[in-house]
Write a protein that binds this ligand. Structure first.
Ligand code: ADP
Length: 623
């Protein structure tokens, strides 16, 4: 027997699981059954494709035993099994980076963290929530020796040799006080039906039935060993839609999505004809925590003729739909299809492309039919869907219709098509503002003129918007224009505006002279009403926020993009400045007009000292 220390990360993980998932401890059974189901999947696949395993005696099943008196619960499967080395590696260390990420992603919020648990594959350890000792006896298919892994889930574990008649794994939990309630027929049945009803292998529960025979003094208690299959064990996606209820779909989702909540949406397709396949897709109600990680876990599993092939192929879905959960089952692919073959396979490409179209069209119906629900969807998954605009050229027209933005019209999201419907007949462009959080943008001076003229402006407050919006230069016949750019207001200029522009030209020239190389240009603004000035990007330069993004992406050597300063001819300060003659004061005020506009945009001033000195000089004169 050898004793070994848990890897530090496992140790931390165990601690976190036991303490943070406490109120959802029943999921341990789902996790252990799901491990058994994976092990059965693996062996089933080998038995069908690999000569070495073809002759094996294999009856795929999961058996569950409990002992109320001894307080034990045992989950046994006839799956692929593990040898000594695998027991050590799989149950003593965290080999996969995904699990390490899990440890770092723990939020401390119990509900969120327990949703994470399966996503990162830390399932086995959840057994220690209900047990103070766990024994795993396992024998690998095709090998003779069995081994036993034992641990109390604290510091260390040990491995010794053991006996097992057939291949497979038996996990025995020595239940603690919190886990005692699970050594009970009804609670086991309840949990399995809730989470694991559609595991595609039979799960048998072994229990003792007590019967009474005879009457009066002759009455005898007879105990009888019984075995009962407690799950429906069917591949739900192969069953006819008419016999399935919402609850069946939701139950299957909770199982494969490792989620406690019901999904927002499901879509079940059974295609026959040139290609035979079934798909069952789900959109979760909440975004998975790894949604924005490069090493996110794929959500769609591939089956061929009901045989599990992989749950680790990110190419089954485009990345912008990485939050979709579910199953693709094809009748036309070969069982031994490899990842390389999959990538070039025409059958797979067709299934994928129709799956994407199906998902997008279901989202479209959700948008038109159940807007409240679609709003929830958009809040969770709007950002990845927007990524689709530059990833999926084929479906771009559909994606553009799905995109929603906040707008100055109210608090709600709006689609581009709804915006266009509301436009006044003389409005020729769609306007949007970018560059910061929603509340900052809503208060931006750049919006003043639009507000005064009752023109709606879209509020693009996600960082990704700045990049994505450039892929939609036009919607229907209307150009999309950023109010952050100097030319946006051009087509809104009235004759009055042009008149004023002319009148103020000498002052504009003067300010430009004073500011010298600090600005690209100074122009009279038609978009301001309450503020004396604002800055915008030249129509050919990246906007200020875009410059931030480029810098954040590591583009250190950006040329310096100078802003265009716009001044408001109708503002008191500007009017007074037109009549001013104190050259030093004009210079200070010119700089202050620029600097205050930069501050409002969230930019840093090159020299805060110079700014403060200027302000003090002006204050001094004002008193
Ligand atoms: P996950 O199942 O998400 O990979 P677990 O911590 O639950 O994470 O299990 C770790 C590994 O241990 C599994 O990937 C698998 O290789 C192995 N394992 C766990 N349970 C079994 C089982 N019943 N039969 C065979 N292998 C198992």
């Amino acid at each position: 027997m050898s004793k070994k220390q848990f890897q530090t990360e496992v140790h931390r993980l165990l601690h976190l699981i036991i303490h943070s998932l406490y109120s959802h401890k029943e999921i341990f059974l789902r996790e252990l059954i799901s491990n058994s189901s994976d092990a059965l999947d693996k062996l089933k696949f080998l038995a069908l494709t690999d000569e070495k395993y073809k002759g094996i005696n294999f009856e795929p099943r999961v058996d569950i035993f409990f002992d109320h008196k001894e307080k034990t619960l045992t989950i046994s499967d006839t799956g692929i099994g593990m040898n000594e080395q695998e027991l050590d590696e799989n149950l003593g260390t965290i080999a996969r980076s995904g699990t390490r990420n899990f440890v770092h992603s723990m939020t401390g919020d119990e509900k969120k963290d327990s949703n994470l648990i399966g996503q990162f594959g830390v399932g086995f350890y959840s057994g220690f929530m209900v047990a103070d000792k766990v024994e795993v006896v396992s024998r690998k298919a095709g090998e003779d020796k069995a081994s036993k892994w034992i641990s109390d889930g604290k510091e260390e574990y040990s491995i010794e040799s053991a006996e097992r008649d057939t291949q497979g794994t038996t996990v025995k939990l020595f239940l603690n006080d919190e886990g005692e309630e699970y050594a009970n027929r009804w609670s086991i049945q309840g949990i399995i039906r809730k989470y694991s009803n559609h595991v595609p292998f039979p799960i048998y529960l072994h229990f003792e039935d007590t019967k009474f025979e005879g009457e009066g003094d002759d009455k005898k208690e007879i105990k009888e060993e019984k075995v009962e299959q407690i799950n429906s064990a069917s591949a739900i996606w192969k069953r006819s839609k008419s016999e399935l209820k919402d609850e069946d779909y939701n139950e299957f989702y909770r199982q494969i999505g490792h989620d406690m909540e019901d999904p927002l949406l499901y879509m079940h397709t059974q295609a026959e004809g040139t290609l035979d396949y079934s798909t069952l897709f789900y959109i979760p109600a909440k975004a998975p925590i790894d949604l924005f990680r490069a090493d996110y876990k794929a959500g769609v599993k591939l089956y061929v003729k009901r045989v599990f092939i992989t749950d680790d192929d990110k190419d089954l879905m485009p990345t912008y739909l990485r939050f979709v959960r579910g199953v693709i089952d094809s009748e036309d692919l070969p069982l031994n299809v490899s990842r390389e073959i999959l990538q070039q396979n025409r059958v797979m490409a067709k299934i994928r492309s129709s799956s994407v179209k199906k998902i997008l069209s279901e989202l479209e119906s959700l948008k038109t039919g159940k807007r409240e629900k679609y709003n929830l969807f958009w809040k969770e998954f709007g950002i990845p869907v927007k990524e689709g605009l530059y990833q999926d050229y084929e479906n771009k027209d559909k994606l553009v219709e799905l995109v929603m933005y906040k707008s100055t019209r109210g608090e709600d999201y709006t689609t581009l098509s709804e915006y266009v419907e509301r436009m006044a007949p003389d409005q020729n462009s769609i306007f949007y503002i970018t560059g910061g959080k929603e509340n900052v943008l809503r208060n931006s001076p750049l919006l003043e003129m639009y507000r005064n003229r009752n023109i709606e402006v879209l509020i693009l407050s996600d960082e990704i918007d700045e990049i994505v919006i450039t892929t939609i230069p036009k919607y229907k016949d209307f150009e999309l224009k950023s109010v952050n750019r100097s030319d946006a207001a051009d087509d809104l200029k009235s004759d009055d505006d042009k008149e004023r522009e002319k009148k103020i030209e000498p002052l504009v020239k003067k300010i430009k002279e004073k500011l010298g190389g600090n600005v690209k240009d100074v122009i009279a603004s038609t978009r301001l009403s309450d503020s004396p000035s604002c800055i915008v990007a030249d129509e050919n330069d990246p906007t200020v926020q875009m410059q931030h993004i480029l810098k954040a992406m590591g583009q250190e050597n950006l040329p310096e993009f100078k802003p265009v300063l716009e001044i408001n001819p109708d503002h008191e300060i500007i009017k007074k400045l037109e009549g001013a003659s104190d050259e030093a004061l004009i210079e200070d005020i010119s700089f202050l007009l620029l600097e205050q506009a930069m501050l409002v945009e969230g930019m840093e001033l090159k020299s805060p000292n110079a700014f403060v000195a200027r302000m003090n000089r002006v204050m001094n004169k004002a008193i």
